[in-house]
Design a protein around this ligand. Structure first.
Ligand code: UT7
Length: 316
C-alpha cells in the first residue's frame, strides 16, 4: 500500500509587502535583499487556520473527495493561532472533515514530515489524508530587525492523499534532526524569531544535500533523473549551492521564493502546487522535495508524479 495524490491547493494573503516597502522602515535595500536572498516581495496577513482552510478547500475541491471521508488532517505549522487548541481543529471544523486532526511542528521541514507520516498511515489502513503546511510567520517576525524581517512571509499549501494498492507515489524519504544546532534559529513563546543567518546558511546546504542524496540512494535514483527539485524556499543561494552539489540544474527547481519569501512549512507545498499548475509535471516524472529548518530538522521525499483521475472520476 502507498499514497497517491488526488488534489492540491494553495493560499496566499492578499497584502503584498515589497522590498521597497521595507526600505521605508529598515536600513536595507531592494538590491541587497534580492542579491542575498532572491526575495522580491512577500505576502502578509490572515491567520494560519484561514490560510490552511483556503488551501485545504482548494485541494479537496480539485480532488473531488468528500471532506467527511478524510481520516486524518495533519497541519504542519510553527505558527499556530493559539497554543491550545491546535489550529488543525479549527481547520477540521471549517472544512467538515471526518477523522482526526493534529498540528505538527518540525519547522520548515514540517510539510515533508507530514507527508511521510501520512504515507505511513495510509500504508496501515487509512483511506484518505489531507496534509497542509500553513504559516503566519509575520506574527513572530520582529519588523525592526533587518536580519530577519526581509526574509519571511505567510501562506499555505495542501495535498489530498489517498491509499493506493502497490508501491504508491512515495518512493523514498529521509527525516532527521540535529538539536546541537537548536540555538541558531529559535523563537520563544510570545517572542520573535532570532537567527544566526550565516550559520543556518552553512548547515542548510550541507543537510539539504546529504538528505537528498540519502533519499535518492534509498530509491536507487540518480540525481540526473530528477525532473523537478522542490526545495525549501529560504534563500536562492542555498538552493543554487544545493543544486550545484547534487548535479541538478537550477532550471529544474520549483521556485516561488521571489514572490512569497520564506513561508516555512508552507514553502514546499506552495512551490510544488505552483509547478503542478504551471504544467511542469508529466506522468512518471520524479519529484524530489527537500527541506531544512529550525531544530535543525531536515526532510526529503521522492515522489513519482501521476496525474490524478479527473475530479468527477475520483471516489468520494
Ligand atoms: O528556513 C530557514 C530560515 N533561515 C535561513 O534559511 C537563513 C539562512 N541564511 C541566509 O539566508 C543568509 O545568511 C541571510 C540572507 C540571512 C544573510 O545573507 P549573508 O550573505 O549571509 O549576509 P551576512 O549575514 O553575512 O551579512 C552581510 C552584511 C552584514 O554587514 P557587515 O557586518 O558586513 O557590515 C549585515 O549586517 O549585510 C548586513 N545585513 C544587511 N544589509 C542590508 C544583514 N541584513 C541586511 C539587510 N539589508 N536586510
Amino acid at each position: 500500500m502507498g499514497l497517491r495524490i488526488l488534489g492540491w491547493g494553495s493560499a496566499l494573503p492578499e497584502k503584498v509587502v515589497t522590498n521597497h516597502d521595507l526600505e521605508k522602515t529598515l536600513d536595507t535595500s531592494d538590491e541587497w535583499i534580492r542579491e542575498r536572498s532572491g526575495i522580491g516581495e512577500r505576502r502578509i496577513g490572515e491567520s494560519t487556520a484561514e490560510l490552511a482552510i483556503a488551501a485545504g478547500r482548494a485541494a479537496l475541491e480539485r480532488s473531488g473527495v468528500e471532506p467527511a471521508s478524510v481520516d486524518l488532517m495533519v497541519l504542519a505549522t510553527t505558527t499556530p493561532d493559539q497554543q491550545v487548541p491546535a489550529s488543525s481543529a479549527h481547520v477540521h471544523y471549517e472544512l467538515g472533515l471526518g477523522g482526526g486532526a493534529c498540528d505538527l511542528n518540525a519547522a520548515c521541514s514540517g510539510f515533508v514530515y507530514a507527508l511521510v507520516m501520512a504515507n505511513g498511515l495510509l500504508e496501515s489502513g487509512a483511506n484518505r489524508v489531507l496534509v497542509v503546511g500553513a504559516e503566519t510567520l509575520s506574527r513572530i517576525t520582529d519588523w525592526s530587525d533587518r536580519n530577519t524581517a526581509v526574509l519571511f512571509g505567510d501562506g499555505g499549501g495542501a495535498l489530498v492523499l489517498e491509499r493506493e494498492a502497490g508501491e504508491g507515489q512515495l518512493l523514498g524519504w529521509d527525516l532527521g534532526v540535529d538539536a546541537s544546532a537548536r540555538e541558531i534559529l529559535e523563537c520563544d513563546i510570545g517572542g520573535f524569531i532570532r537567527m544566526d543567518g550565516r550559520e543556518v546558511f552553512k548547515r542548510a546546504v550541507r543537510v539539504l544535500v546529504d538528505s537528498a542524496k540519502r533519499t535518492l540512494a534509498q530509491a536507487k535514483v540518480r540525481p540526473e533523473d530528477v525532473k523537478l527539485l522542490v526545495p525549501h524556499q529560504a534563500n536562492i543561494r542555498i538552493i543554487q549551492a544545493a543544486c550545484d552539489r547534487l548535479g541538478i540544474p537550477e532550471e529544474r527547481t520549483a521556485l516561488v521564493l521571489h514572490r512569497t519569501g520564506n513561508t516555512s512549512s508552507a514553502s514546499i507545498p506552495l512551490a510544488l502546487v505552483d509547478a503542478i499548475e504551471a504544467g511542469r509535471l508529466e506522468d512518471g516524472d520524479l519529484v524530489l522535495m527537500t527541506g531544512f529548518g529550525a531544530g535543525m530538522t531536515w526532510g526529503s521525499a521522492l515522489l513519482r508524479w501521476q496525474s490524478p483521475p479527473s475530479a468527477s472520476g475520483a471516489s468520494a
